[in-house]
Design a protein around this ligand. Structure first.
Ligand SMILES: [Zn+2]
Length: 83
């Protein structure tokens, strides 16, 4: 069950970020959930990660989203000329 967690050490810390970004498959997510259930250090890291993600979300305003959309549109038109 936890075999895939052992690749990066005995803890799931390296997978917690991907877990919260929903970037793991069901089996990996389940393994991280199980690990967090019984591993206090990883839970602490996970809690801090969630707080950090929440704090970052507060930094962004609706204007930033509009600007990010414009930046994406610019990128499409901005092909560097060949030398
Ligand atoms: Zn752990």
């Amino acid at each position: 069950m936890t075999a895939e967690l052992n690749g990066g050490g005995p803890h799931a810390v390296h997978l917690v970020g991907a877990y919260y970004l929903d970037a793991l498959d069901d089996r990996e997510a389940e393994a991280v959930r199980n690990h967090l259930d019984h591993c206090a250090p990883c839970r602490t890291v996970a809690d801090e990660m969630v707080e950090t993600i929440a704090a970052m979300a507060v930094l962004f305003e609706p204007d930033d989203i509009a600007r990010a959309g414009e930046a994406d549109a610019d990128e499409d038109q901005e092909d560097p000329p060949p030398d």
